[in-house]
Design a protein around this ligand. Structure first.
Ligand code: FAD
Length: 416
């Protein structure tokens, strides 16, 4: 069913009792042209673009849990393309452009809200770095505006400007950045892919890869073997586990990243704000809750819950930036497993096994990448050749030294 005013009225008259399911709960078939492992945002977007852009409809998405149960439904919903390095700017700008048209393309309200993303700076040196990043963005045709302290104060008068250890001196604003309703993205892509015949198979964990010689033949799952000449792996924090099934060791570490939401408050925060003197980012959801987060937990883990030291660190950042937040109650917090690459940038590439493709290393930035990641990964799977926008995100760049190290931190995954 296409969603429209007419379908809404028709269903309203029927007492909202006859809405069809948004996608079929498919049973696993014996064979597909392509299998995508992981029913997160990236896997579902990949299946959608395989069908719509490349005409491949014999496709199954295999998800060990339920659609939206992974990081796609756990993130802080921030989208932006305010990067420094050309490879990242161009890729994330492709994603932002796709976000801008996504609701029409999917016929689904994913609540794209371009309310702006504001990175605050607190020193002259940081201002210089932000000017440089803003110029790099503008040279790539991306919107960036440098704000001095008074302009920030005009927008967000409740921030701690002067009575702070790190006074706010200004900020770099990307007006087209903002937020997108995260789990609606999973549901929207799932529904749209299903309409093109893609099988979305939940509760189906991939437990092994079937490889003969150097070629992929299919996957072993908890619901039986499935044959496929092309297998795309998009399992976020579990990438190393999947790669190990093919005997590969990835340049990735898995860490917990936590997020927090407060009780609902009246609207007062009209953009996404990031603190420049610590790691803290915050936006206000349409329900009124403050959605915020900070650093990774500093050790490797597959647990989807974090520890109190990061809770304390995030709360300290919040109080330094916005002391009034101390009066709001935290409603809930949770964790997700993110795979941190050695240079902080993603990997969308072939693997040494023919027909086995890898989409991994999304660190903090994977949600904002979702549409571009799906499109580029679908291109790679369908054509066995990289999409121009993702050609730099190679698996072998660590061996060749052509890393894409946005922060200049070196091979220190928990710092990216
Ligand atoms: C707390 C938190 C906050 C974040 N905030 C932001 C943000 O504000 N902006 C941003 O851009 N990014 C953010 N991210 C990062 C972003 O959410 C992820 O990088 C992105 O969602 C990863 O891609 P995905 O959606 O496909 O992952 P997922 O939704 O995790 O999908 C991967 C799926 O693979 C499945 N899977 C794993 N192993 C198997 C198997 N063996 N067989 C079958 N299925 C399997 C998992 O169950 C999971 O559903 C955040 C992440 C977290 C945890």
């Amino acid at each position: 069913m296409k969603y429209s005013v007419v379908s809404l009225l028709r269903n309203a008259l029927a007492g909202h009792t006859v809405w069809p399911p948004q996608w079929r709960d498919a049973e696993p078939g014996p064979a597909y042209d392509a299998v995508v492992v992981g029913g997160g945002g990236h896997g579902l977007a990949t299946a959608y673009y395989l069908a719509t852009e490349f005409g491949l409809t014999s496709v199954a998405v295999l998800e060990k849990g339920w659609i939206g149960g992974g990081n796609v439904g756990r993130n802080t919903t921030i989208v932006r393309s305010n990067y420094l390095l050309d490879e990242n700017i161009r890729f994330y700008e492709l994603a932002l452009t796709l976000w801008e048209g996504l609701e029409r393309a999917l016929n689904y309200n994913v609540m794209v809200s371009q309310r702006g993303v504001l990175n605050l700076y607190h020193s002259d040196a940081q201002r210089d770095a932000f000017v440089r990043r803003g110029n790099a963005m503008r040279l790539n045709g991306v919107d960036a505006v440098l704000l001095e302290a008074d302009a920030v104060r005009g927008r967000l008068p409740f921030l701690n400007f002067d009575d702070a250890r790190f006074p706010i001196r200004g900020g770099l604003l990307q007006p087209r950045g903002g937020t997108v309703r995260h789990d609606a993205v999973a549901w929207g892509y799932a529904r749209a892919a299903d309409r093109y015949g893609v099988h979305i198979i939940q509760n189906c964990e991939v437990t092994g890869l079937r490889i003969a010689g150097n070629r992929i033949l299919g996957v072993e799952t908890t619901r039986g073997p499935i044959a496929a000449a092309r297998v795309g792996v998009a399992v976020a924090g579990n990438s190393s586990r999947l790669a190990a099934m093919a005997g590969l060791r990835l340049p990735i570490e898995s860490h917990v990243l936590q997020a927090f939401v407060s009780e609902s408050l009246k609207p007062f925060l009209n953009c996404v704000v990031t603190y420049g003197a610590g790691h803290f980012y915050v936006s206000q959801s349409d329900k009124g809750g403050l959605v915020f987060g900070g650093d990774l937990d500093g050790y490797n883990s597959y647990a989807q819950r974090g520890n109190l030291d990061v809770v304390e660190d995030v709360c300290e950042g919040a109080m330094s930036l916005m002391p009034a937040i101390g009066r709001a109650r935290v409603l809930r917090h949770w964790g997700g497993t993110v795979d941190m690459s050695m240079d902080g940038s993603p990997i969308i590439d072939r693997t040494p096994v023919d027909g086995l493709y890898l989409n991994a290393g999304w660190c903090y930035g994977g949600f904002k990448a979702t549409p571009a990641s799906g499109l580029c990964f679908a291109h790679l799977i369908a054509k066995d050749a990289p999409h121009p926008a993702a050609a730099a995100f190679r698996l072998d760049r660590f061996a060749h030294g052509t890393v894409i190290d946005e922060k200049g931190q070196g091979a220190q995954p928990n710092l990216h």
